[in-house]
Design a protein. Structure first.
Length: 135
């Protein structure tokens, strides 16, 4: 499984966590087993993403909030977009993945799974995050 496919699996698990509002090791293990992810590297990547986002949840949510338009609330954003934003922010800020790669990958996932305006919305938020955090 390549990194793009692993990222998509991590996104799907993040999305389910967003809907359920909780994360447990058992939930992660069940997801890995039920989706036939035998590759150890992929499993480690997914677990790292889930744990990293959980550990840095406040900071990641704050970054999203700070880069929303004034009349927007975090609760108003579709769960798919939230999961994609968290994934990209975690990779850019905490894993030092090149921001162009992380943004491109989640924008492609937004085209596949999100609403019509999701790619533009996500790209705008992430561009703002990059501008404030990396410059």
């Amino acid at each position: 499984m390549n990194r793009s496919q692993a990222r998509e699996q991590a996104f799907k698990l993040l999305y389910s966590i967003e809907i359920q509002h909780e994360t447990s090791e058992e939930q992660v293990e069940l997801y890995l087993e039920n989706n036939n992810i035998p590759d150890e590297k992929t499993r480690e990547y997914i677990v790292d993403v889930i744990d990293g986002i959980k550990q840095n949840k406040k900071e990641i949510n704050q970054l999203i909030k700070e880069n929303l338009k004034q009349d927007w609330q975090l609760e108003r954003i579709p769960k798919i977009n939230i999961a994609l934003l968290k994934l990209a922010i975690y990779e850019i800020i905490y894993k030092e993945i090149p921001y162009k790669v992380a943004i491109n990958e989640v924008v492609e996932l937004a085209k596949k799974y999100g609403e019509d305006n999701s790619p533009t919305f996500i790209n705008g938020i992430l561009a703002s995050v990059v501008k404030t955090k990396l410059n």
